[in-house]
Design a protein around this ligand. Structure first.
Ligand SMILES: Cc1cc2nc3c(=O)[nH]c(=O)nc-3n(C[C@H](O)[C@H](O)[C@H](O)COP(=O)(O)O)c2cc1C
Length: 177
């Protein structure tokens, strides 16, 4: 394991994840060091399910990241230092299908496990083991306008419930965690 990060328990996190997600955003990354993809996301949930700490992320099927999340047993959620906002902007507006995001942004990949990749720029990382996945289904909406507003293209998210098997915080003295 890299010395860039130190292990912390999920329970010890003081972050407000409503603003971390909605305002600060995160990177969802899946794959191996040889082949991975990452994308910006701001929708997600954290909590307890099946007596485990879990993170749930939502990925539309047209994202390049989708096929990596489908194929691999793990994904990571990486929260970057605020100074890297431009990286989040880039990874949320360009696809790995036609861009090398690492080369374009200067993201520095770090291998936490064979199928768990994050980046040196992260201040907090959640390593998640996939437990359950399904698509949002149009027939299950109880408030129809949410579906109409968010899925005019019928590109329903697939959600991945992952057990948070490890949390890492940056051991940089400049980290605000
Ligand atoms: C702030 C922000 C939040 C986003 N949240 C999500 C999300 O939760 N789920 C999703 O599927 N796409 C989300 N996106 C869109 C993807 O990041 C974007 O389509 C990206 O280019 C996909 O990259 P990829 O094709 O390499 O996977 C978000 C974009 C931005 C800018």
């Amino acid at each position: 394991m890299t010395t860039l990060f130190k292990t912390v328990s999920a329970e010890s996190l003081k972050d407000n994840f409503f603003s971390r997600l909605d305002r600060d955003w995160m990177l969802i990354t899946a794959g191996t060091m040889a082949q991975f993809n990452t994308m910006t996301a701001s929708w997600g949930t954290l909590g307890i399910l099946w007596n485990k700490p879990v993170a749930i992320c939502f990925i539309r099927p047209q994202r390049f990241t989708f096929q990596f999340a489908e194929k691999h047993a793990f994904y990571t959620l990486s929260f970057l230092e605020e100074q890297y906002r431009d990286i989040l902007d880039f990874c949320g507006s360009h696809s790995g299908k036609d861009t090398d995001k690492v080369a374009q942004t200067g993201l520095k990949p770090v291998e936490l496990g064979a199928e768990s990749i994050t980046f040196e720029q992260a201040r907090l990382v959640m390593e998640c083991r996939k437990l359950y996945a399904d698509f949002i289904k149009p027939e299950n909406f109880l408030v129809r306008e949410i579906m109409e507003k968010n899925y005019p293209g019928k590109d329903f998210h697939r959600f991945f419930i992952g057990e948070i098997v490890n949390c890492y915080s940056s051991s940089s003295p400049f980290s605000i965690l």
